[in-house]
Design a protein around this ligand. Structure first.
Ligand SMILES: *[C@@H]1O[C@H](CO)[C@@H](O)[C@H](O)[C@H]1NC(C)=O
Ligand SMILES: *[C@@H]1O[C@H](CO)[C@@H](O)[C@H](O)[C@H]1NC(C)=O
Length: 368
């Protein structure tokens, strides 16, 4: 430890004096650096072995549960079934296993999904209704979750309780999906937080989490309007920095931080995933009402914005024709960008906003 402290002092000294009187000092600096480097590597080796010991003492080694978990992240789309792995390596004489969903927003409230022991099990809550135990072998404590829903993403804890030393492992469940920005038909920045939340649900989505927005940004989402996220913060993702979108900072997620949920107004970032239906297009120069009738006549409904995004994301839906959606907006999905379809280089769902419903210019996107 003393060696390390000395080394940094040497270095600091070297930098400071070096800046004042450059030329003659540079060589002596190099010498000092060489010397101290050998000290440093030796003492850091010593230091890291000490640190490993203390780390082992602090985060105790698991005795009963397999760590690291077989896989720490499990991925599924809405409607799919997944297995959250948890394997016992030794079985204590008496034990229970408790599966909970870790809900950061509901601190203190335990969101139990399932409790079981060698002989019996009991599911809890809404998640429990879709949960069961895999029991592939006698050491298997893995949880099966059926028919995934949009809200299921997050962290799950498998906790072994034996009355002496309880242990747990945490598995992340990620719902694979797509994030879409959503604006009110009355214009930009009209939603309070509860209104944004409601708007996403109406479009077959949920307010996106920060992680979902971040992933969407890595996948190409560049959007110059700020929107609510599920945790009550407001952000927007920028890939091509420009003065009108927060200046020439590096690309990234721009943050307004937490905002007043009942008074501040922004757009929304919604998240949706796969669905069990399909989107199809009816061509024509239809008004909104005619579009609605056209879908009904084919046993379907005008599509929701989330449904169009899911078709674009999961079925590569590509159509160069503007069509009415249920919310009164007109959009079209582009998977293979080409000049005559909007002229934007990136794939995406394009929007014409909310035209007058009497406009006879567009077809209809229906969902069945
Ligand atoms: C999920 O599991 C249920 C019941 O075990 C089964 O009926 C269903 O087909 C499964 N769904 C998928 C997508 O595998
Ligand atoms: C299709 O998905 C919706 C929404 O996720 C669900 O309510 C419905 O039961 C599903 N239908 C079938 C046939 O799986």
């Amino acid at each position: 430890m003393t060696h390390i402290r000395k080394t940094t002092e040497y270095l600091r000294h070297c930098y400071c004096t070096g800046a004042k009187r450059m030329a003659p000092l540079i060589t002596s600096c190099a010498v000092v650096l060489l010397f101290t480097w050998s000290f440093f590597s030796w003492s850091s080796a010593l230091y890291s072995s000490i640190r490993e010991d203390t780390a082992a003492a602090v985060t105790k080694k698991l005795q009963y549960l397999l760590e690291p978990p077989v896989f720490a992240e499990v991925i599924g789309r809405r409607g799919e079934n997944v297995t959250l792995p948890c394997i016992l390596r030794t079985k204590p004489k008496n034990y229970k296993v408790k599966w909970t969903k870790v809900e950061p927003e509901r601190v203190g409230l335990e969101n139990i999904v399932m409790i079981f022991n060698a002989n019996a099990f009991k599911p809890y809550g809404l998640l429990g209704r879709r949960a069961s135990l895999r029991r592939a072998h006698e050491m298997d404590a893995s949880l099966l979750l059926r028919h995934l829903e949009l809200d299921d993403g997050g962290q799950y804890r498998c906790e072994l309780i034996n009355g002496i030393e309880d242990e747990n492992v945490v598995i992340t469940l990620r719902i694979e999906g797509v994030v879409f920005p959503y604006q009110s038909k009355h214009g930009r920045y009209r939603f309070t937080y509860p209104e944004a939340k409601e708007a996403c649900v109406e479009q077959d989505g949920r307010l996106a989490s920060y992680d979902q927005l971040y992933r969407a940004w890595t996948e190409g989402l560049d959007w110059c309007n700020a929107g609510w996220l599920h945790d009550g913060t407001v952000h927007y993702p920028i890939i091509r920095p420009r003065p009108v979108c927060g200046g020439e900072l590096l690309p990234g997620i721009r943050s307004y931080g937490p905002k007043d949920k009942s008074h501040d107004r922004f757009d929304a970032f919604c998240f949706t995933s796969n669905n069990n239906g399909s989107v199809f297009y009816i061509s024509g120069s239809l008004s909104y009402d005619q579009a609605e009738h056209a879908c009904r006549a084919r046993g379907s409904e005008l599509a929701l914005v989330g449904q169009l995004y899911a078709a674009w994301r999961f079925q590569n839906y590509d159509r160069c024709d503007g069509g009415w959606l249920k919310d009164g907006s007109v959009r079209f999905p582009i998977s293979n960008p080409r000049n005559r379809c909007g002229g934007i280089a990136e794939a995406g769902v394009r929007t014409f906003g909310f035209p007058d419903k009497m406009t006879h210019l567009y077809g209809a996107y229906c969902y069945r």
